[in-house]
Write a protein that binds this ligand. Structure first.
Ligand SMILES: Cc1cc2nc3c(=O)[nH]c(=O)nc-3n(C[C@H](O)[C@H](O)[C@H](O)COP(=O)(O)OP(=O)(O)OC[C@H]3O[C@@H](n4cnc5c(N)ncnc54)[C@H](O)[C@@H]3O)c2cc1C
Length: 478
């Protein structure tokens, strides 16, 4: 695991051992053994791990509340951990303390088709929930590429997006209610299982994207949707990014019902075609994957989409309709980042993944500017992203032992963030702020004359967590 050879240790600290014993006495399963400590010291980012003093494994919400009550009283920091797939350091226990593994809270409690929701404990993965919903012809739309690892609790806390956010929006659009254990140990319900609610401040929306800093989600009620018809996946290869971006622009301008529009640059497309056991077509530098909501190959929508795409002169255009092949294509796209990281590790390298977003109308200029910036930096970068909603992920390679090189990577990451800001976008679309983007967040708020927001966020955090025990150091420094 390059980049993860330096692991910061946290000694028990004042009273630490005593608190661990108090938790044990309260019947909480807790481990301070090396293996558990190590596996809860990192997330899936390149960021240096930090060891928690111990890992707690609560069995139910009452035990979560007990842990919080004891830790709050004794000022012990806590970090909730779901799938541990965060890419920004947000599930790393920065200040040590207790890592709270949510893995025992893993039940799907209710599927209610008539009322349009599913209720689940936080450690159910998005993939598990969708497997269950499939039987009813329904699905839960937030769709991060990490759906096999990302849990309901973790994805609410990072407000995850994903491949289908283009049509369905991100997690916050699908959470009706959370059961939230507060730092004090009280448990509240932030919403309701009804499809609408207007009763003052929306605390459910506040929990979305709060990265475990306001409370611990012990259960969630999620809106579900009927599975749409899809006519298949269109794969269009382009020689220029401008042609690809303009294709997406026209598909959107003409109001095509896009479920997904994903792009990959040359490095990513080589990975993608390799996973499909194919060669990249000649002159193909970029690939666009699109799927539309329609009833079949010959319906008017599909035909119009194909016509629009072909107008922009792809070097090759394929139209995949066989279910088996569609599944393979989705897997190849989902596994892209993991595969890149695996291969980078084999070369003694690691990857920093960026996550910026611009309005779709600014995609072409933003992508061209990002391309120029990457070229002048001389760094190795693979780009892909959920291009339909303007979300661009830059995978920047680095050698962990090369401290100067790491600084250059961080500078490039910042410059890409600034390109997004200049193009009316944001420095984070779906991965969150974590430890990684605290400075960029400040830059974004300044650029929007809204620095006051940072102060308001800190005041909100204080109202929920007066002693600052919940995942401290994430999103902002107190
Ligand atoms: C290969 C790969 C692909 C990815 N693709 C996408 C993508 O397409 N779209 C996208 O949006 N993200 C993506 N991600 C990022 C990541 O998977 C998501 O952010 C995911 O939602 C995190 O879920 P998790 O359960 O792993 O959370 P964790 O990493 O465990 O935690 C994330 C944050 O949530 C908090 N948390 C966890 N559980 C709880 C809880 N019960 N209550 C309160 N706080 C909690 C943690 O403290 C932390 O701050 C990807 C990651 C990887 C590794």
């Amino acid at each position: 695991m390059p980049g993860k050879t330096n692991i910061y240790s946290n000694a028990y600290g004042k009273g630490g051992k005593g608190i661990v014993n108090m938790l044990k006495d309260a019947g909480i399963e807790i481990s301070d053994q090396g293996k558990a400590i190590l596996s809860f010291s990192h997330d899936m980012s390149y960021i240096t791990p930090v060891k928690p003093v111990a890992v707690a494994f609560p069995k139910n919400k009452e035990q979560v509340a007990t842990i919080l009550r004891i830790c709050n009283k004794n000022r012990m920091k806590v970090t909730a951990v779901g799938g541990g797939s965060s890419l920004t350091g947000s599930s790393i226990p920065l200040k040590g303390g207790i890592a709270i593994s949510m893995e025992r809270l893993n039940r799907i409690i209710e599927i209610n088709i008539e009322d349009g929701y599913a209720r689940a404990e936080p450690n159910v993965t998005i993939e598990e929930l969708n497997r269950k919903l499939e039987r009813y012809g329904y699905f839960y739309p937030p769709d991060p590429a990490s759906a096999h690892m990302a849990t309901i609790g973790g994805s609410i806390s990072t407000n995850a997006g994903g491949l289908k956010a283009l049509m369905y929006g991100s997690t916050k659009h699908w959470v009706l209610d959370t059961e939230l254990a507060l730092a004090s140990g009280e448990i509240i319900r932030t919403g309701s299982s009804t499809l609408k609610l207007s009763r003052g401040y929306d605390l459910t929306a506040l929990v979305c994207g709060s990265e475990g800093t306001l409370g611990i989600v012990t259960q969630a009620t999620l809106k579900i949707a009927k599975k749409p018809e899809s006519s298949g996946i269109m794969i269009s290869y382009f020689s220029s990014i401008k042609d690809l971006a303009e294709t997406v622009g026209e598909l959107k301008k003409r109001g095509m019902p896009l479920i997904m529009a994903e792009f990959m640059d040359h490095a990513s497309l080589l990975e993608f075609t390799h996973a499909r056991k194919q060669m990249a077509p000649k002159y193909a530098n970029y690939v666009l994957l699109t799927s539309v909501s329609s009833t079949g190959k010959n319906d008017a929508i599909t035909k119009l989409c194909v016509k629009i795409i072909k107008k922009h002169k792809p070097v090759k255009h394929e139209y995949i309709r066989k279910n088996k092949e569609i599944t393979r294509i989705y897997s190849a796209r989902r596994e892209l980042h993991e595969k890149m990281v695996e291969e980078a590790h084999m070369e003694g390298k690691d990857i920093v993944i960026g996550d910026v977003i611009v309005p779709p109308s600014r995609l072409a200029p933003a992508l061209l500017e990002i391309g120029r910036e990457i070229k002048s930096s001389g760094q190795r970068v693979a780009l892909f992203g959920h291009i339909g909603d303007g979300n661009i992920h830059s995978n920047i390679y680095f050698t962990p032992i090369d401290k100067k090189g790491i600084k250059e990577v961080m500078k490039l990451q910042e410059r890409i963030g600034r390109i997004a800001l200049r193009n009316k976008g944001s420095v984070s679309a779906e991965h969150g702020i974590g430890l990684e983007k605290k400075n960029l967040l400040i830059e974004e708020l300044k650029s929007k004359d809204s620095e006051r927001i940072l102060q308001l966020m800190k005041e909100i955090k204080k109202a929920f967590d007066p002693n600052g025990i919940l995942n401290p150091g994430k999103i902002f420094d107190i």
